[in-house]
Design a protein around this ligand. Sequence first.
Ligand SMILES: Nc1ncnc2c1ncn2[C@@H]1O[C@H](COP(=O)(O)OP(=O)(O)OP(=O)(O)O)[C@@H](O)[C@H]1O
Ligand SMILES: [Zn+2]
Ligand SMILES: [Zn+2]
Length: 828
Amino acid sequence: MIAKVIVDVPSRQTDRPFDYEVPAAFADWIEVGSRVGVPFGGRVLQGFVTELADTSDFDSKRLKPIAELLDHVPPLLPDLIELAKWMSEKYCCSWTTALQAMIPGALKGKAERLVCIQDAESASEDLPLAMTEWMGSQLVKLDVLLERFPEYAKSVKSALREGVLVEHTKVRDRLAIRKVLTVYLPDDVGKVRTQLAALPARAGKQREVLAFMLERGEPMVLQQLLAEAGGSAASVRSLAEKGLLELREVEQQRDPYAGREFDRTMPLALTEGQNEVYDRIIRAVDAGEPKTMLLHGVTGSGKTEVYLQSIQFCLEQEKQAIVLVPEISLTPQMVERFKGRFGDAVAVLHSRLSNGERYDEWRKIRSRQVQVAIGARSAIFAPFERIGLIIIDEEHESSYKQEESPKYHARDVAVRRARQHGAAVVLGSATPSLESFAAASRPLTAKDEGREPALLPMPVRVGGRPLPPVTVIDMREELKEGNRSMFSRLLHSSLADRLERGEQSVLLLNRRGYSTFVMCRSCGYTAACPHCDISLTYHQKSRALRCHYCGHAEQAPATCPSCQSEHIRYFGTGTQRVEEELSKLFPGIRVIRMDVDTTTEKNSHEKLLKQFGDRKADVLLGTQMVAKGLDFPYVTLVGVIAADTSLNLPDFRAAERTFQLLTQVAGRAGRHHLPGEVVIQTYVPEHYAVVTAQQHDYAAFVSEELRHRSAMGYPPYCRLILVTMSHEQLPLLSTVSEGFASELREIAENEGVLISLSSGFGRALEVLGPVASPISRIKDRYRFQCVIKYRGSIDASALVRKALLPFTGGPPQRLVQFSIDVDPQVIL
Ligand SMILES: Nc1ncnc2c1ncn2[C@@H]1O[C@H](COP(=O)(O)OP(=O)(O)OP(=O)(O)O)[C@@H](O)[C@H]1O
Ligand SMILES: [Zn+2]
Ligand SMILES: [Zn+2]
C-alpha cells in the first residue's frame, strides 16, 4: 500500500503529497488524516496522509517507508484534509500550513535528533571515555550531548560521519505537562505568625510577602503572588529556606471547568419572533442540505436562546454542532449558557487555555464524548464527523479573520465545511457585516425557486422591551460653553444619577486614536522605531518604549532627544486617564477598568466581568471589550466617551466599524426590567454612522454605506486581495513588485478579465499598484503592496498563485517575501 503524505515544510516547492510505502505493521492503522513521521531530506518530519493508493506513479521499490505512526486515532478526518486543500488554494498558502491550523498546538510535532553508539570498539578509540561511559547504550539527544561535551563537537561530527555514532530522528509532540511553582504556608501557621514578628526590619520584602500569604490563607502560584504582593522571587526563596513558606511544583489543572457547577437551564418558551426563526433553522437542519442563513436580531432579541434550542434539535438528530463566538465574548456568561443547557456535552476551545487544556478539550471532540464545540475562530475545525449546524455569533466581528497565515475567514470556511456535511450555517448579529447582509438579501432568482430567503429578522427585544433612547452630544458645543472636561454635562449628571440609585454604567472609550505615545510639546518630536515606520508605544509599567511590530524596546527618555526640552510627555492609555478623571469627579466611585493592561493575565477578563456582574463596581470602563455580548440587568447607562476616533481611520470599513461598535455598546443598556439610556459624545454628530446608530436604524445605515461602497468600488461590490511584498533593499523590491504586477496583469489579460470595475456589470479585475504600504517599513524591510479588486466569477486566487510562480525559488537572500491576504479586513 502507498500513502500520499503532505510533509510539514511550508515552502511552495514541496507543497504536494509525496508517496511513501506503508509498512505492514501500520497497514491496519493508517487512514486518510493519520499523522506520520516520514524520512525527508535526511530527517524525519511530521506529515499527514492525504490519500491511500495501491500503486504509485514512481518506482515503488525506491519509495521510502513511513517511519512512525504518531497516533492510533488519526487527528484529522478526510473532510478536513480536503478542506485544507481548498484553503490552500483560496488563501494562497501551502497545504501544510492549512493542516497545521486545524490541529491543537500540542500535536505540532518537532523533530528531535537522537544519537547512540553503533560501534562500541571504534567509539572507545575516537571518543573520550567520559562520553562513551555517559552515553552507554542509550539514545541521547544530540543537542544535550553537545551541550555536555562542547569541546568534542568535532569528534562527534566525525563519529557520525564514520558511522561510529548513528542518528535517529523522532517526531515529538510539544505537549508537556505544565508544572507551576506554587507557594504554600507550612502546616504550623502559628509558628509562622510568631516568626513574622521576629523578622528583622531590613527584611521588609520578606515581611510583606509573608503577611500577604497569611492574610490570604491559601496556596498561591508564585508568579501571581509576586505580582500581587510585590516581592521578589529571592525573598520567597529565603522564606522557604527558613521554613516559613514551602515551594512546590504543582501540575496544572487540565479541565478548565473541572469542579465548576453549572446550573442546568431548561428551554424557555420562545417568543413569536424567536419561534419563526427557530422553525426555519430546524427545517434546514432537518433537510440535511447545506444552507446559510443570516439571523439579524437586534441587541437583546434573544438570539442565544434560539441558538440553544436549534442545537438541541440538531443533537436529537444525532448530529453535532459548532458555535463560533469572538474570542473576547467567550466570557463565563457565554460558556455558562451552553454548559448550563448541555452540560458535559460541550467542549470549550479558546486561546486562554493552556496547550494541554486545549488538547484535552479537542480530544473530547475527536473521541465523540461531546457533541457541541464552542470556541473562537479555529473551533471551525472541530473534528466532528456529522455536523448538522454551525452557528457564528456576532458574525460581523473582524476577529473571525486570521491575520497570520493561513489568512482564512472562519465565516467562509464554515460555509465550505457546511457544504461538505450538508449542514446549516446560522450567521447571527445585531449589526451584520455588509458582505453577509448583501449576500442574504440578494433577490431570489429563478434558480432559487422554492427556496426560502436566507434572511431571518428578529427586530424586537424579548418582552417587547424598547431599545434604549440614545442622546448624541456635540462636544464642540460643550467646549464653547466652557466645559473642558472629557465628560459632557449630560453624561456627568447621568453618571451621578446611577451612583445615587445604585445602578451600573458601562463606559466605552474607543481606544484607537487614543494610543499611548511620546511627544515633545516644544518641538513636536515623537519617538519612532528605528527599524519600522511606526511610532513607539509607551508602557507605563516598565517605563519603556516598545515597537508593536518588531519588539524593539528602549528606555523612555527624560528629555527630548531632538531639542533637549523637558516638556516631553507620555500619554498613558486613554482608559487610565478616564479612570483618574472619574475618581476626581466622583470620589469613592468603584471603577473596573478593562483594557489590554488589565486583561493580560489568564482569566483576568472573566474575573473582572464577574466582579461587575456581582455589582462590586459602579462603572465598567473599557475599550471595545466592553461592547460585546454582556447581559447585566443593572446596567442602565451606557456612555461613549468619543465616538469618532474610529471614523478617522484610513480604512474603507471605518464607518461600518463605528456603527457596529456604537450599536453593540448601546445594546448593553436596559436589557432587563430596568429601562436604559445611552449617551454618545462626538465631534461629528452629523456623520451618518452616528445618526443611524442613534436611531437604531440598521437599514438606513446600510443603504447610505452601500452608496459609498458602490461609488468607491469596495466590497460588497467587489472582492479584494492584498499582496504585500517586502525586502531589505528598496531597488530590488521595487523591480520585483513591478514585475509581479505586470505578470498578474498579463495573466488576467489573457483570461479576458482585465477590465475596469467601473465598466458596469460582468466579470472584471483591476490591479492597483504597486505602491508603498501604509506602514512602509517593518523590521528593516521595506514594504510595497498591490490591491486586486475583482467582481464576478473569477478565481482570482488562482491567478495570483500563477503570477507568483516566477518569483519563487532563487537564492534566499534575494527573495522578496510575498504575503497574500485574500478578503483582507484591514488594508495596512
Ligand atoms: N423566550 C424568552 N423568554 C424569556 N426571556 C428570554 C427569552 N429569550 C431570551 N430571553 C432573555 O433575554 C435576554 C437577552 O437575550 P440574549 O442575550 O440571547 O440576546 P441577544 O440577541 O443575544 O443579544 P446581543 O446581540 O445583545 O448579545 C437574556 O437575558 C435571555 O435570557
Ligand atoms: Zn523636542
Ligand atoms: Zn519596530
